[in-house]
Design a protein around this ligand. Structure first.
Ligand code: GLN
Length: 276
């Protein structure tokens, strides 16, 4: 069978918005080549059996990144498995905003709920003289983050530690990144995500804000003078985050993702108001 025909048949079986892309990524993975190389050789002959097994897994809802074991994030190729959230392009918004708003290169970077290490490692790649700390409550996730720190050559700059958000932490950081769970418990989400990604990284109480109720009060004590925090939110949560930020002495701004949805809240310690 030729690759072009195999992709068309697989896409029809997979279905959904990303069917063709999924089929291409899976076939490239199967053949050990890049997607670009695959598309440049539509007439290459292949044995479809092994590819069909991958297509069957995707058609049953397993995320492409779990089948290939990798996902591109920012400039990095990261290892992923079912113990971590698959890094999403949405989260790249946080790196974009940090690059825009950091007035000088951060020396120390903290990633709260690091998962695969995606945000921490992307930031360390952008600021080669920085070092950082990734915190996660899941030992299994920290294993993935550690493998990624090694694979991207940044293990000497990326410490990884078991923890419960910023509890017990005394150090202060110039840049804090976080993509905590923020989906409301009863929100209907894609079965591919619900059935395959870790619930503990997705859901945060009835309004999705439980973890923000833990994190926001800690930020002022974790930021160094002039420091910046960039956190990911669900597209309707901006106003709630702004209200919470004000309660905890933080100045906040909301930033959209590439799809135009509110995705990142940037926070700094608010200047002390002179008495009226
Ligand atoms: N943005 C992710 C999703 O839509 C959720 C990430 C999160 O809860 N932190 O599945």
């Amino acid at each position: 069978m030729r690759t072009a025909a195999a992709i068309t048949a697989a896409a029809a079986r997979i279905g959904g918005d990303t069917a063709r892309l999924d089929a291409e990524v899976l076939l490239a993975h199967q053949l050990g080549c890049s997607r670009g190389e695959l598309l440049l050789n539509p007439d290459r002959m292949i044995e479809p059996q092994a590819f069909e097994a991958l297509v069957a897994r995707r058609a049953a809802g397993e995320p492409v990144a779990h089948i290939t074991g990798i996902r591109e994030f920012w400039s990095l190729t990261l290892k992923v498995n079912a113990d971590v959230l698959v890094p999403r392009p949405d989260s790249e918004t946080l790196i974009d905003v940090a690059l825009k708003l950091c007035t000088r290169p951060p020396a120390r970077i903290l990633d709260l709920g690091t998962g695969s290490g995606a945000l921490l490692l992307a930031a360390l790649a952008e600021w080669p003289s920085a070092s950082g700390l990734g915190i996660d409550a899941s030992p299994a996730a920290l294993k993935v983050a550690h493998a990624n720190a090694l694979a991207t050559g940044m293990a000497d700059r990326a410490a990884l530690q078991l923890g419960d958000w910023g509890d017990g932490m005394v150090e202060r950081f110039d840049l804090i990144l976080s993509n905590p769970p923020y989906i409301a418990e009863y929100e209907v989400i894609s079965p591919d995500v619900r059935d395959h990604e870790p619930a503990s990284a997705l859901f945060a109480g009835v309004d999705g804000l439980d973890d923000y109720r833990r994190i926001l009060p800690q930020l002022a004590g974790l930021l160094s003078p002039g420091g910046l925090a960039c956190v990911e939110i669900g597209s309707t949560q901006g106003p709630a985050l702004l209200a919470m930020a004000a309660e905890h002495g933080l100045a906040a701004s909301i930033h959209p993702d590439l799809g135009g949805r509110d995705r990142c809240v940037a926070l700094r310690v608010a200047p002390i108001q002179p008495p009226a």
